[in-house]
Structures are given as C-alpha cells and as structure tokens.
Ligand binder design. Structure first.
Ligand SMILES: Cc1cc2nc3c(=O)[nH]c(=O)nc-3n(C[C@H](O)[C@H](O)[C@H](O)COP(=O)(O)OP(=O)(O)OC[C@H]3O[C@@H](n4cnc5c(N)ncnc54)[C@H](O)[C@@H]3O)c2cc1C
Length: 639
C-alpha cells in the first residue's frame, strides 16, 4: 500500500507515460491535465491493482478486517441514535413529495453530529472511523436518498474531506468546527461545459496586484447543497505556469464563503429523483477570495478534487448497499405473500432467480465497501483509488439492477407512487421513489464510463511505465531502444510466471467452497494479466483508445475483487456462525462466485469474440445521420 502523501509524490514520470502526440487538441488537453494531477505511484501495493499484474494478493483481504470492539461500539452508539431519529422523525416520502427537508430534521442531524462524523473531536466532530461513516451511509441509503445526498455531498466531497486531506492547520481551525457543527458545505467542479472533462473549465481566478487575493468569475452547475451551503470548495483556473518554456494550465481549489460579495445562487435545479436535493447553479462575479483560502497550493486544485473524490466516492457504494438491503427486504416480504398462478411469486423460477442475484450481490457489495473502508482506517493516507472506484462502479451498477428487479417483482405496485398506494389502502412501499432516486448513482461522482477509463489507466500503469517509453514516438530512438531492452528483460521473466500455478495462502485456512473460488480467482488473475499484456502487444499505445475492450479488462478485475472480498468476508463470518447458518452463508457465497465466474468467462470470451469495430462504425454512421430511417415515424421536433 502506498502511503506517501499525495502532495509529496512526483508525477513527472506519469506525465511521460502516455504518448499524446497523435491525439486531438481537446483529448490531449484533457489527458495532460488529469495526468499532471494524478498522484504518481512508484509501486502499487493495492489488492485491486495487483490483479492486473497477475497477483491475487490474498493476504491483503484475508483475514478479512474486522472492526475493533472499541470502534464498533462508538459506531453502534451513533448509529442507534441516527436510526431511531430517522424512524421516528423523518418521512422520506414527504421529503420527496414536498421537495424540502424540514429545517428541524437538518438541525437535529447537526445536533447529533451527523455533519461531522469523520471530523476529529479536536475540531468539533465525532471523530468516527471511515467504517463507521460507511455504516451511517448504509443506514441513510436504506431510508432516504435526499438525506443521504445532503450528508454525503457535505462530508464526502464538500469542505470537510478536502480540508482533512489537504488543509493547513490554520484552515482546519477556521473551517472544520463550523462545518462539523451546523454549517452545510458543497463542492463545485462541474460547469455547463465541464462534466467529465475539467480541461474545459471556464471559471477563473486572477490574482490581485498585491497577490493577497484572487478574483473569481464563472458559473458552477449542479452544485449539490449549493442552495443551503455556508461555505463551498470551488475549482477555478488560475494563471498558467511556464513548464519547459510552455504555458501549462493550472486549476486551483478555493474555499469560498457563500456570503462573500459576488456569490449568488441563480437557479435551484430539480431532478427526476432526489427531489429535495439542494442543488443549484452558483454564479461568481468578481468574488474576492483571500490567498489563504487556497487548498494545498496554487495550481494543485485538480489534485485536490481527484484525491477528494478517491475517498469521497466510497460513500456512494455504501449508500447503494443500504438501498440494496432495503430492496431485498421489500422483495422477501412481497414474493412470499403475493400469490399468482397458484404459488407465491417467489416460488416461480424467473422471480427466484432475481431474488438470489439481489441477495448475493448485496453481500458482495457490502464486503467490497467494508474492506475498502478498513484500508482507510488502517492508514488515513492509504491509496484506495482503485478499490473505491471499483466499489463505486460495481456498486452503483449492481444496485441499479437490484432496484430495477425490485420494481419488476413488485409489478404494478412497484410503479405506483407510495402516496397513491396509501390513498387506496395498499401498503405504501416506495419502490418508485427508490428507483428515481438511485438512477443518478451511475452518473455522478464519476460516471461508470469515466470509472472504467480511470481504473483502466491505473491497471495499465505498471505496463505503461515499463513499455510505453519504447513505443513513444516523441522520444529519441536511442532512448526507445534502451527502454525496449529493459522492458524485454522484465517481460521475459514476468510472463512465464503468469503461466505457473501458485496460491499464496495456505489452503487449509479456507472452507473448501471458499477455497475453490479463490483458486479460480488466482488463476483468472494471471489469465487477466496475460490477456492485458497481449492486448498491449497487439494495440500498442492505441490500446488507450479501445474503451470497450479496456472495459472488459476492468470488469474482469472488478469481478475478481468482488469474489476475493466476498470469500474473505464469508470466511471471517463462518467462524462466528453455527453449523446451519454456515451452510446458508456458504450457499450465498457459492452462488455469488458461480455467477461472477460466469460473467468473467463471458468477458474473457468477449476479448476476442466481439463486434466492437462494427458497433463503433455503426454508431459513427448513426451520428452522421446515415440511418435517419430509424428515427422516422415520430413526432417532429425543431432542430
Ligand atoms: C443530481 C446531480 C448532483 C450533482 N452534484 C454535483 C456536485 O455536488 N458538484 C459537482 O461539481 N458536480 C455535481 N454534479 C455533476 C456530475 O458530477 C456530472 O453530471 C458528471 O460528472 C457527468 O458530467 P455531465 O453530466 O456533464 O456528463 P458528460 O461529461 O457530458 O458525459 C455525458 C456522457 O458521456 C460519457 N463520457 C464523457 N466523457 C467520456 C469519455 N472520455 N469516454 C467515454 N465516455 C465519456 C459520460 O460517462 C456520460 O455518460 C451533479 C450532477 C447531478 C445530476
């Protein structure tokens, strides 16, 4: 595990890793900017990273990390209060209906410390661990999406998280007690032209003549909590820096007070779900922000944003775990009591198949999330970027399937609103609200497509470092030859190792069911490394553009992570269970691993057998308007 503070790491090596010379200007700008902000990692020791190099580092997940009793007790005390408060005082359907969270609810949450769960007591917070924070997100996610978003946007990406990671002591003393106590915060990166591509950022900050302040101008879109916040983190372009005689774009992170002259919320955005989200357009007009409000350093804003999101995005899969648990509960009840065609619907195989998948995926999601949270608890500066991204991508996609299946199993009642159900005397189960609220999860805090690119970049990193200089047309021949020899020597020793069987953890430690699946995972990890290496040889630097192919590698790696976390957690739980319960747990784990293995085999098959080229060509033809017939027969719209 790399524990070097992000600010201390050197990214020059990474900047040279990708040949951008043949890219379009827009692609080059986007890539160079994110590469420059990416933390340079000399040797990834992470579990998820090792898989792509053929190393299933089981000793990283097994024995599965268990919460220390003291930590667990602290968490339990807070979670009990939170659970009681939610159950007795919060009506998520009313919040959804009115589009407002009552002030009394926010006040009470603040009073119990829910705004400062991870903030150390020295700054007025509860000082709970990442695991306890994730447990709170599970609880909230099972109940009210709007409250989850409020708390999470404030704490996971709003002012507390970047301040804890990068703030200096003076900044921490100024802002943390405020945001821990009662002041809501937000994170403002997105702009009309900036979604997944920060290189297009327009908001800019010019230093004053004396350099003591910056003058910010621009407009931020979809800033969650923006309409309620007292203080927000704003990403803005600052004057370019000369690097090797060329101007390099700079982005800086500013702490901005919402009552500073020139800050205004011009619009409250409304969405399909999360109807009580306090999300707005924030306009900045000649806002004077003192230099002391810059986080980390001038020009390091993107690094602040990316690192904040690396840990911050773990809250979202935790909330997805809560949502999925709620769905399993709803479906268990309904599929038992609803009788159709002579049997409870849970007895019909088509429904049972969905229920099994829901339960197994929920267990796996929780295992992945708790494991990743434990890494942060072990080491606050742990590099969890890959694990957190996998949790976010896999968790948001799996929970979307779960909520979709829940709607299918609830049938017409799934599609009916809770209010309407209640009004006609039926049980007001709010699947329709859960469905609307959760659709955004695969889009924000890094869309699934961007997560796959991000994971692929990290997965390819060891290969890029080794092989890319040899293929980089920007470098002189002599340097490329030297790099080629070095890479050749490395791969001549590395590749044969990927063909040899090995299993690092003593077999007798595992239950036979668990062992069987872990053995498969170890084999599949080496197969993944060989296949990835093969793709590098076939595609060379162009592999970076093969998004669909890379996505399959990423999905295989993520499924392997899911298998390993699931098996390790199950193994730890087995020790605590009676025999009958052991059998049930093993059944669940066995089913999960069998289905994950089927998915993995399909993905391996797809590496060679696919229609990727055809699909790309067809999409380009559609985009060029060559298949207008497909759109014929619909009501016309002005262009
Ligand atoms: C409810 C809500 C709350 C939000 N809260 C915040 C917040 O608090 N702070 C904040 O800063 N932002 C926030 N956002 C913004 C959110 O993070 C963005 O919506 C997200 O980053 C995607 O940007 P975009 O919507 O502009 O999509 P785009 O970036 O325009 O992408 C459109 C589609 O293209 C795909 N795509 C884009 N680039 C690539 C690529 N290179 N390769 C493959 N596919 C690609 C995307 O995955 C997506 O499917 C929020 C958005 C919403 C809707």
């Amino acid at each position: 595990m790399n524990t070097t503070a992000p600010e201390e790491r050197n990214s020059t090596e990474e900047q040279a890793a990708i040949d951008t010379s043949k890219m379009s200007a827009g692609q080059r700008a986007a890539l160079e900017l994110t590469e420059a902000a990416r933390d340079g990692v000399s040797e990834r020791g992470s579990f998820a990273g090792g898989q792509f190099m053929g190393r299933l580092g089981l000793d990283a997940v097994h024995p599965f990390p268990v919460q220390k009793p003291e930590d667990r007790d602290q968490g339990d005390a807070f979670l009990e209060r939170l659970e009681r408060f939610l159950r007795e005082n919060v009506d998520p359907d009313e919040i959804d209906r009115t589009g407002e969270i009552p002030d009394a609810v926010i006040k009470e949450l603040a009073a119990m410390g829910a705004l400062g769960i991870k903030i150390p007591p020295a700054y007025g917070g509860l000082g709970l661990s990442q695991t306890n924070y994730c447990r709170a997100a599970i609880l909230l996610g099972s109940y009210c999406g709007n409250l989850t978003a409020l708390i999470s946007a404030h704490q996971s990406i709003g002012v507390p998280q970047p301040l804890l990671l990068f703030g200096n002591e003076e900044q921490k003393r100024r802002f943390l007690p405020r945001v821990a106590r009662d002041e809501i915060s937000a994170f403002a990166l997105t702009e009309p032209g900036v979604g997944s591509d920060p290189a297009r950022m327009q908001t800019h900050a010019e230093p004053t003549a004396d350099g003591k302040e910056f003058i910010l101008n621009g407009e931020k879109l979809w800033c969650t909590n923006g309409t309620k916040a007292g203080v927000i983190v704003v990403m803005a372009r600052t004057p370019p820096k000369m690097v090797n005689g060329k101007p390099k774009d700079q982005i800086s992170a500013f702490i901005v007070e919402m009552d500073m002259p020139g800050v205004e919320v011009t619009h409250r955005c409304r969405f399909m779900g999360l109807r009580a989200l306090y999300n707005g357009v924030v306009r900045l007009t000649d806002v004077r922000v003192p230099r002391e409000n810059i986080l980390l350093a001038e020009g390091k804003g993107l690094r602040v944003a990316l690192s904040t999101l690396n840990t911050g995005r773990l809250t979202l899969p935790a909330a997805c775990v809560g949502l999925s648990k709620r769905c399993v509960e709803i479906v268990r009840k309904w599929a038992n009591e609803r009788v159709q065609w002579g049997a409870p619907i849970g007895k019909h195989a088509a429904v049972a198949d969905k229920i099994a998948r829901m339960a197994a995926n929920t267990f796996a999601m929780e295992a992945m999330t708790l494991y990743t949270a434990s890494l942060v608890d072990r080491d606050k500066k742990a590099d969890i970027r890959l694990e957190a991204a996998m949790c976010k991508m896999w968790g948001s996609e799996a929970s979307w399937e779960i909520v979709n299946d829940t709607m299918q199993i609830r049938g017409g009642r799934g599609y009916e609103t809770a209010d309407s159900l209640r009004e006609r005397g039926d049980e007001p189960v709010a699947v329709e609200r859960l469905f609307r609220d959760s659709r955004i999860n695969t889009i924000f805090e890094g869309s699934s497509e961007i997560m796959r690119l991000f994971i692929a970049r990290e997965a390819l990193d060891p290969h890029l470092k080794m092989a890319a200089p040899a293929l980089d047309s920007r470098l002189p021949w002599a340097q490329r030859m030297k790099a080629a020899l070095k890479a050749g020597w490395f791969y001549a020793r590395w590749y044969p190792k990927q063909l040899l069987p090995r299993f690092q953890v003593s077999d007798s430690t595992f239950d036979p069911v668990v062992r069987r699946h872990l053995r498969y995972a170890a084999r599949a990890s080496r197969r993944l490394a060989r296949a990835l290496f093969g793709a590098m040889l076939v595609h060379g630097p162009k592999l970076e553009r093969q998004q669909v192919l890379l996505g399959r590698f990423v999905d295989i790696g993520t499924e392997l992570f899911a298998i390993a976390a699931t098996c390790a957690r199950a193994q730890a739980l087995l020790a605590l269970r009676a025999d009958a319960e052991k059998r049930e747990l093993l059944e669940l784990v066995d089913y999960f691993c069998r289905s994950a293995r089927l998915r993995i085999e399909r993905l391996f098959h797809g590496l060679r057998n696919n229609a990727d080229r055809n699909s790309y060509r067809l999409a380009q033809a559609v985009l060029a308007g060559k298949h207008e017939g497909v759109e014929q027969g619909i009501v016309g719209r002005p262009d």
